[in-house]
Design a protein around this ligand. Structure first.
Ligand SMILES: [Cu+2]
Length: 272
């Protein structure tokens, strides 16, 4: 008799614990944890992230509630009794779970995510875009603008030196007005930015958390990506690929400016 009562208490306590764990996971997951948004396409990515969190959260919550219910209801039994489900029943429940997962999670992500993917990754940057070349190396971001002629000067690995980290060929006419900078990228608000991403050594990853942009840079490849910053301010640029001992210090900034401020900065840069 005594045993029966203690089983009952243990069952109820376990049920409450399971319910609380379920609710705790949902509470911690539903806090605002995305960094402030500063790009046009980022809103679409946030919708997708929130959908994934909500879909997964609903499943976790349902699972915990059902498990808690079974513990509450049957936890006081002091002997195990069960009924075997038929194979058909087992199969039906497995298929149902797969279908729900596929429709809710995969289907939802595709429906919400494909338009964002098509806009940002499957289409070329608008012709009004400001092109910035970003060349990664251990452990810095080399930034280059084409200058007034709109053409990047030739580069060659043989010309790389401490003063010329990109190996820009000074004999090339298009190279004369190129602007080279380190760890700071200046762009214009509401004007598309096209990044030509290259790497001098190993794989790095160009990560702008606020702009919801992340792209690996690969040695031997030039990868184009584009986005539209829609807020002025200074935003973190981080390397999101463990690239060596100094990975932690590979931090840059993206400064999103008004067109007037950008022109002023450009003039200052040109006059050296
Ligand atoms: Cu890196």
């Amino acid at each position: 008799m005594e045993n029966r009562a203690s089983y009952r208490v243990a069952g109820k306590c376990l049920a409450i614990t399971v319910w609380l764990i379920g609710l705790g996971v949902i509470a911690s997951g539903s806090r605002r944890w995305l960094p402030s948004l500063a790009s046009e396409h980022g809103a679409g990515i946030d919708v997708m992230i929130r959908f994934t969190m909500a879909a997964a959260g609903a499943m976790i919550l349902t699972g915990h509630m059902v498990l808690g219910f079974f513990l509450w209801r049957f936890g006081s039994q002091n002997k195990i009794s069960f009924r075997l489900a038929s194979h058909r029943m087992e199969r039906a429940w497995s298929v149902a779970a797969v279908l729900v997962m596929a429709v809710v999670a995969e289907g939802g992500v595709l429906v919400l995510g494909m338009p964002v993917w098509a806009k940002v990754f499957a289409s070329a940057a608008p012709s009004s875009a400001l092109t910035v070349e970003v060349t990664t190396e251990q452990f810095a971001w080399n930034v280059r603008y084409a200058g007034p002629d709109g053409k990047f000067g030739r580069t060659s690995p043989q010309l790389i030196s401490l003063d010329n980290p990109l190996g820009v060929d000074p004999k090339d006419d298009s190279a004369k007005d190129d602007i080279v900078d380190l760890n700071i990228i200046h762009v214009v608000v509401n004007r598309p930015v096209k990044v030509r991403l290259r790497s001098k050594d190993v794989i790095h990853s160009f990560f702008l958390p606020n702009l919801r942009v992340k792209q690996d840079s690969m040695p031997g490849m030039t990868i184009d990506l584009w986005f539209v910053p829609n807020k002025t301010g200074t935003f973190e640029l981080a390397c999101a690929e463990l690239c060596g001992f100094g990975h932690y210090e590979m931090r840059g900034i993206l400064i999103v400016m008004t067109p007037e401020d950008f022109e002023k900065w450009l003039l200052e840069k040109k006059n050296g």
